[in-house]
Write a protein that binds this ligand. Structure first.
Ligand code: HEM
Length: 128
């Protein structure tokens, strides 16, 4: 049998479904973030983020079968993501991670990645 992945360890698909549903419920109400998203395809946005995260943590590779190589920085280039957008994204993701009830170790693993990834997606660096 293959090694147990982080995806399995935290509960597999139901956990990632809860994470992303909670996250987008927040994003949809956020005056900074909501306008960036496709207003007629919130369900699709949810599927894409969930699929990516599941794949990243060792779950099914459905994301790449449907979307190809993630190239996330390139895919975010159309959106102006400065510190305000980045921090708003992280605030909703923090609440979503909190809702999962992970162990401290699991939380640190997941959150460390998400913080790093959000920093790397920032593509606007306003001067003070
Ligand atoms: C897509 C915003 C960070 C993963 C999107 C979309 C927006 C967006 C507006 C388009 C929605 C769609 O149609 O799918 C942001 C903002 C961020 C951020 C404002 C703040 C830093 C991240 C991070 C990750 C991520 C950190 C990964 C950990 C994705 C994925 C997609 C996506 C997988 C779908 C890509 C595709 O296949 O087209 N994001 N994002 N995003 N985002 Fe982000």
């Amino acid at each position: 049998p293959s090694a147990r992945t982080f995806y399995d360890e935290v509960g597999g698909a139901p956990t990632f479904t809860r994470l992303v549903a909670h996250f987008y419920a927040g994003v949809r109400t956020d005056p900074v973030l909501a306008p960036l998203y496709p207003q007629d395809d919130w369900a699709g946005a949810e599927v894409r983020l969930r699929g990516f995260l599941e794949q990243y943590w060792g779950g099914p590779t459905t994301y790449s079968q449907q979307r190809g190589h993630p190239r996330l920085r390139m895919r975010h280039a159309p959106f102006a993501i400065g510190p305000v957008e980045r921090d708003a994204w992280l605030t909703h993701m923090r609440a979503a991670v909190d809702s999962l009830g992970l162990s401290p170790e699991q939380d640190a693993t997941l959150w460390g990645y998400l913080e790093m990834a959000a920093r790397s997606m920032q593509n606007r660096f306003p001067a003070d």
